[in-house]
Design a binder for this molecule. Structure first.
Ligand code: GAR
Length: 213
C-alpha cells in the first residue's frame, strides 16, 4: 500500500491503448484507487491519443531521441511527470525499456502488463509465441517493473485457456479481454491493500508493514 488517499497516476502507452482505456474507465468509475493525470506516449501516431482526447485526459509526447527501444534522455519525461504530481506509472503496451532516471524516481511504483504467464514468453510477440509453442493455457501478468525485462515481482495473473480449434486471432481477442479485466483490478489492489516484497515475491495482507507509505 502506498498512502491512503487517491493516487495520481500516469499511463505510458505506445499503440492501440486498449489497456489505457480500461484503466481510465475504471478510474472514472472510482474503481482504480487513483486518478489518471496523463497519458504519456513515445508515438505521436498512437491510437491511444484519440482515446485520451475522448476521455478528457491530458496527453503528453515528450522527446524520445534517436534510439528505438529506449528513451535517449529520460529527464524531460521525469520533469513532465513530476510537474503533474504523478506518483505511480502504469505501463500499458509501452514498447521502450525504462532506465535509471525513471526507475530510480519511481522505486516500486511502476507497474506493467504483459500478455503471458511470466516468466514464460517475456519480450515481444508473447501471444503469438505462446500460440506457436502449442501451449494449452496462457494468460496475462501484472508486475512491478525493475531493470530486467518483464521480470519484476508479480502483482496478479489471469489464466486464458487455449481451446481446441482456436485461432491466434480468437486467442488474442480473449487475451485482450482478460488484460482489460485484470489490469484495473491489480492496480486497485496494489494501491489500496498493504503489500511488501520478500525477495521476488510480492506479498499482500493485513498486518503487513507498508514500506512505501
Ligand atoms: C497488450 O497486449 C500488452 O500486454 C502488450 O501490448 C499490448 C498493448 O495493447 N504489452 C507488451 O507486450 C509489453 N511487453 P494496448 O495498446 O491495446 O493496451
Amino acid at each position: 500500500m502506498l498512502t491512503p488517499q487517491a493516487h495520481t497516476l500516469a499511463v505510458l502507452a505506445s499503440g492501440e491503448g486498449g489497456n489505457f482505456e480500461s484503466l481510465a474507465l475504471a478510474a472514472q468509475r472510482g474503481e482504480l484507487g487513483g486518478r489518471i493525470a496523463a497519458l504519456v506516449t513515445d508515438n505521436p501516431e498512437a491510437r491511444a491519443i484519440e482515446r485520451a482526447r475522448r476521455l478528457g485526459i491530458e496527453c503528453l509526447c515528450p522527446p524520445t531521441g534517436h534510439f528505438r527501444t529506449r528513451i535517449e534522455d529520460e529527464r524531460p519525461w521525469l520533469e513532465a511527470l513530476r510537474a503533474r504530481g504523478v506518483e505511480v506509472l502504469l505501463l500499458a503496451g509501452f514498447m521502450r525499456r525504462l532506465h535509471h532516471t525513471l526507475l530510480g524516481a519511481f522505486p516500486g511504483r511502476i507497474l506493467n502488463i504483459h500478455p503471458s504467464l511470466l516468466p514464460a514468453f517475456p519480450g515481444l510477440d508473447a501471444i503469438a509465441r505462446a500460440w506457436e509453442h502449442g501451449v494449452r493455457v496462457t494468460g496475462c501478468t501484472v508486475h512491478l517493473v525493475d531493470a530486467d525485462l518483464d521480470a519484476g515481482p508479480i502483482v496478479a495473473q489471469a489464466v486464458v485457456e487455449v481451446a481446441e480449434g482456436d485461432s491466434l486471432e480468437r486467442l488474442t481477442a480473449r487475451m485482450h479481454d482478460a488484460e482489460h479485466r485484470l489490469y484495473p483490478q491489480a492496480v486497485r489492489r496494489y494501491l489500496t491493500e498493504p503489500w511488501r516484497t520478500e525477495g521476488r515475491r510480492l506479498v499482500f495482507g493485513a498486518g503487513v508493514e507498508a514500506p512505501h507509505g
